[in-house]
Each structure stands twice: as structure tokens, then as C-alpha cells.
Design a protein around this ligand. Structure first.
Ligand code: G3H
Ligand code: 13P
Ligand code: ZN
Length: 313
């Protein structure tokens, strides 16, 4: 099966009360771990590439690895640009075979966000194979591409803007800020994790049937944080979004849930454990085999218990 855009996947997810996992990919082991889990559970997938991932692994390598995963799995897979920050970057990914892009103008003044997003949409939708576009309104706290946004500076999405934004830009999905946050330190120590479901409800009322995206949606799985801490790491205050909240979001208009930090934690926890137990080992295949298995297990858990996308491919 060739790569697909997100249009039909989101429509089915919306109607079926589940979400598609959008997992960040940076190398072969991560792609294999994610796609092997999805194949076993017959789940659709979004594999997303950030600007940093593209700089690290190279566009062609990532596209070819994802093409290999298509051959191996025969699943509906979207190849998506995560947090595109310019028209040129989005265009380069569209021209280079991506089936979906995000243009993140959320840090710009509203009218500039509208203008930039519209420009990307016009280009993406005019391709022979319609490329889907995700826009963003509202800003998340946390760290992405080495840019850190303080919780105080982050702002929730304003529901009164969403209709105007979607109509004028023509985006296919909208990322919103309701309290999720990028990275592994999403809440201050002692702070109670909270998502603003009231804002999500307001947005859904104004955009009936329209797919909503949640960034910063790792649950920062305690098992892997503990493993990292046990084997010489220091992530004591790491805290994520409770999985029951994410499951609730997946049942609603949220059709795409972004997960990167949980992949990093599974991989790193597993490698730390292996190296701690085998200090003389220096064959990367030895420690990357359990690390890939850890990613696979984590993704299977998300598909079954958070996203609800098992059997939906
Ligand atoms: O939201 C950002 C993703 O976690 C990607 O992170 O830009 O460090 O690759 P990155
Ligand atoms: P996490 O840091 O919570 O995994 O979020 C990832 C993300 O939003 C990628 O765009
Ligand atoms: Zn993000």
C-alpha cells in the first residue's frame, strides 16, 4: 500500500471515537519498533519527522526507511512533517514525498499565522496527490527543537478564533493548546496534571466533525523514568499527561495524538539498563535489540490503551 494522507484516516477516527498515534521518527530502530507494533495490532499510523530529525537522519534516509516499513507492514501510513516553521521547509517535504505537513505559525501574530498557513495549504492541496495540512492555534509549554516555552508564556487556544482560522486557511486539521506540553517535564513538581476539556468542547461545537490534534501528549511512562533513574540517569521530576485523560480525548474530536518523549524514554531506559547490566558490551546490535523491543512494547500499549486504534487499519 502506498503512503496515504490523513484525510480518510481522520474521518474514520472521528466517527469511530479513536485517535491515530503520530510517532516521531529519527532512525531505523524507532521506525521498526513503531511499525512492528502497529502491524501486529493492525493499526493505522502517522510517522512524523521534525526539522531536527530531518537534519539528523537526512530526508532521503527517512523516506526510504518509511517506504521499507510500508512494504513490510502493508498498513495505511502517513508520512508527516512535524512543526514545519516555514513555507520552504513544507514545500521541500511535499516535493520530497511527504503526504502531510504541519505548518506551525502558532508563535506568530494571528494574521501572520493565517497568511503563512494559507500559503502552505494552497501549495499542498494543489499537488496531484492532495497533501493534508495541520495548522496550530495557541501555544504549548515545553521544549521543541531546542526552543523552550515557559508555562507562563504558553496560552490556551481561544475557541472564538478557530472557525475563522480554519475557514480562511483551509487546513485539514488543527492543533490546539489545552494544557499538554512538549518534553518529559510537563508539570511542576506537586502540580496536578489538568487538561482543559471545556476548551476542547467549545472548539468542537464551533468545528463540528473537524479533526483536532494534541501535541505534547506523552504520558512520560513511569516505568522508563524509573529505569533511567536506576541506571545512572537523573529525571526525578519527569511527569506527563495521565493516560485516562488522553483516552478521553481520543474518544472525542481529537483524531491525532503526538508522541515523542515516550519513545525517547523507552529507548534510553532500555539502553541504560542493558549497558548497566553489560558494562563490557560494545556491539550496538546487542543494546539496540532490546531498545527496539521497548519502543514496540510502548507503542502497542498506546494503541491498545490510549489511542483505541487496534484493528482499524
Ligand atoms: O514537538 C517536538 C518533537 O518532540 C520533536 O522534537 O524537534 O527535538 O526532533 P525535535
Ligand atoms: P511529547 O514531547 O509529549 O512526546 O510531544 C511530542 C510532540 O508533540 C511532537 O510534535
Ligand atoms: Zn509538537
Amino acid at each position: 500500500m502506498p503512503l496515504v494522507n490523513s484525510k480518510e484516516l481522520f474521518q474514520k477516527a472521528y466517527e469511530g471515537g479513536y485517535a491515530i498515534g503520530a510517532f516521531n521518527v529519527n532512525n531505523m530502530e524507532i521506525i521498526q519498533g513503531i511499525t512492528e507494533a502497529a502491524k501486529e495490532l493492525n493499526s493505522p499510523l502517522i510517522l512524523q519527522v521534525s526539522k531536527g530529525a530531518r537534519a539528523y537522519a537526512n530526508h532521503t534516509y527517512l523516506v526510504k526507511l518509511v517506504e521499507a516499513a510500508l512494504i513490510e507492514t502493508d498498513l495505511p501510513i502517513v508520512l508527516h512533517l512535524d512543526h514545519g516553521d516555514s513555507f520552504e521547509l513544507c514545500k521541500s517535504c511535499i516535493d520530497g514525498g511527504f503526504t502531510s505537513v504541519m505548518i506551525d505559525g502558532s508563535g506568530l501574530p494571528y494574521e501572520e499565522n493565517v497568511a503563512l498557513t494559507k500559503k502552505v495549504v494552497e501549495y499542498a492541496h494543489s499537488r496531484e496527490n492532495y497533501v493534508t495540512v495541520e495548522g496550530e492555534l495557541g501555544t504549548l509549554a515545553g521544549v521543541e527543537d531546542e526552543v523552550s516555552v515557559d508555562a507562563e508564556e504558553a496560552s490556551y487556544t481561544n475557541p472564538s478564533q478557530v472557525q475563522d482560522f480554519v475557514t480562511r486557511t483551509g487546513v485539514d486539521s488543527l492543533a490546539i493548546a489545552i494544557g499538554t506540553s512538549h518534553g518529559a517535564f510537563k508539570f511542576k513538581p506537586g502540580q496536578k496534571p489538568q487538561l482543559r476539556f471545556d476548551i476542547l468542547e467549545e472548539i468542537t461545537k464551533r468545528l463540528p466533525g473537524f479533526p483536532i490534534v494534541l501535541h505534547g501528549a506523552s504520558s512520560v511512562i513511569p516505568e522508563y523514568v524509573a529505569m533511567i533513574n536506576q541506571y545512572g540517569g537523573k529525571m526525578d521530576d519527569a511527569i506527563g499527561i495521565p493516560e485516562d485523560m488522553l483516552r478521553e480525548a481520543a474518544r472525542s474530536a481529537v483524531c491525532k495524538i503526538n508522541i515523542d518523549s515516550d519513545i525517547r524514554l523507552a529507548l534510553t531506559g532500555s539502553i541504560r539498563k542493558y549497558m548497566g547490566e553489560h558494562p563490557g558490551e560494545f556491539d550496538p546490535r546487542k543494546y539496540l535489540t532490546p531498545a527496539r523491543e521497548a519502543v514496540k512494547g510502548m507503542v502497542a500499549h498506546k494503541i491498545k490503551n490510549v489511542l483505541g486504534s487496534e484493528g482499524k487499519a
